[in-house]
Design a protein around this ligand. Structure first.
Ligand code: 1PZ
Length: 211
């Protein structure tokens, strides 16, 4: 992973994450998140409490992937099947499997919905739109519903420190604003597809509320 973020690479990793049968490779899903963490880091230290949590979750999944049962963690589909069949998931309250792959990935999955909503707002925003408003509207519509009051407050403070729309476009490293908007238009359907496949899989297995 290079240090400088590029929106193009996020697009490529999410594209690589889909298998021919529309399963999702965990390796590339994680790689996409690593790119997003590097993006967040380039926006400033206020976001470090958020990136720390994401890094921690990426690490849990990487450990499964490189561990002795790694072959079961190749796709999200194989992970769900394996963990459920072997009773490796705390289904209703936290117990002996507080850090299952399923519950860990669910946190990133919910955040992916935030990303989708935020990027869609950014893509269609006017020049004078405020990133903090776009971020918090997207947040209230998605992740906030899963966060307790204290985190919602901390996130609200972080949003106030967000740079303006021009900086956002520059940090994406994908050319001028017209080019960034075009690339966002290309990326969003992919991100939505990955999101929807995961959402359907989790819904089918009753995993959307894992503690
Ligand atoms: C570019 C601006 C970044 C705005 C990010 C908006 C989302 C805010 C999310 C705040 C997370 C706060 C810290 C940790 C929360 C954890 O408690 C939860 C639940 O995990 P658990 O406690 O159950 O183990 N973690 C999450 O919900 C995952 C949050 C991921 C946030 C990803 C942000 C994506 C940034 C992409 C940048 C373009």
């Amino acid at each position: 992973m290079a240090d400088t973020f590029s929106l193009q690479r996020v697009l490529e990793t999410f594209r690589s994450s889909l298998t021919e049968n529309k399963e999702v490779y965990i390796k590339y899903y994680i790689a996409g998140w690593k790119e997003l963490v590097s993006f967040m880091n380039s926006l400033g230290n206020v976001f470090s409490f958020i990136s720390k949590d994401v890094i921690c979750k990426i690490q849990i999944l990487e450990n499964f992937l490189s561990g002795e049962n790694g072959s079961h963690y190749v796709t999200i589909q194989s992970m769900v099947k394996y963990e459920l069949e072997n009773e490796l998931v705390d289904l209703t309250k936290r117990g002996s499997h507080p850090e299952s792959g399923c519950r860990t990935l669910l946190r990133l999955h919910r955040a992916l919905r935030w990303l989708e909503l935020f990027l869609e707002r950014l893509r269609t925003s006017a020049e004078d739109s405020k990133t903090s408003v776009m971020c918090s509207d997207a947040y209230n519509e998605s992740l906030a519903q899963h966060h307790p009051w204290l985190i919602r407050k901390a996130v609200g403070v972080a949003f106030c420190a967000l740079p303006g729309r021009d900086t956002f476009f520059n940090v994406m490293n994908a050319g001028d604003q017209v080019q960034v908007v075009a690339l966002l238009g290309e990326s969003l359907p992919l991100i939505s597809e990955v999101y929807q496949i995961t959402e359907d899989l989790y819904a089918k297995n009753n995993l959307l509320e894992l503690p």
